[in-house]
Design a protein around this ligand. Structure first.
Ligand code: SF4
Ligand code: SF4
Length: 135
């Protein structure tokens, strides 16, 4: 029942297409390979990032570690390198609590292969197909 309500809220009110299932295994991968999307683009410019650090507190916790064709790659300073756990887990920002969200895919990202979460379509493909065939 709770699952049905959750799916209803996600699809009909929040207009989402995917639901998060599974749970975090604490591998720390998503905290050590981060892309930052600002409005419609993934950050590629270090100077733009420096300016944004004044606006968003969470960005001050990020350090640039690399860059690829998608954009700058960041690592969070709050990740404990030994344990792979978040050092501020209780106070972690909302964006970390909501991870992963489907926006990740819209910006070209993917879940790491070892991630304990899965993003599944709210409406199974077979139901979408059935609906399309009825039209
Ligand atoms: S604040 Fe914690 S959960 Fe969020 S990215 Fe940093 S290490 Fe990860
Ligand atoms: S990649 Fe997935 S399993 Fe690993 S810490 Fe992030 S959310 Fe948890």
């Amino acid at each position: 029942m709770i699952d049905k309500i959750k799916r209803f809220i996600l699809s009909k009110i929040l207009h989402k297409n995917y639901i998060r299932t599974g749970k975090c295994k604490g591998c720390g991968e998503c905290c050590s390979h981060i892309y930052v999307k600002h409005f419609r683009h993934v950050l590629k410019d270090e100077n733009e990032f420096k300016k944004l650090q004044y606006l968003f507190k969470f960005y001050s916790d990020l350090e640039i570690i690399d860059k690829d064709e998608l954009g700058l790659i960041f690592k969070c300073k709050n990740l404990d390198n030994e344990t792979k756990k978040c050092k501020i887990h209780f106070w972690r920002p909302p964006i970390c609590r909501r991870y992963p969200q489907e926006e990740l895919f819209l910006m070209g990202g993917t879940l790491s292969s070892d991630c304990g979460y899965k993003m599944e379509p709210i409406t199974p493909f077979k139901d979408v197909l059935k609906k399309a065939q009825k039209k």
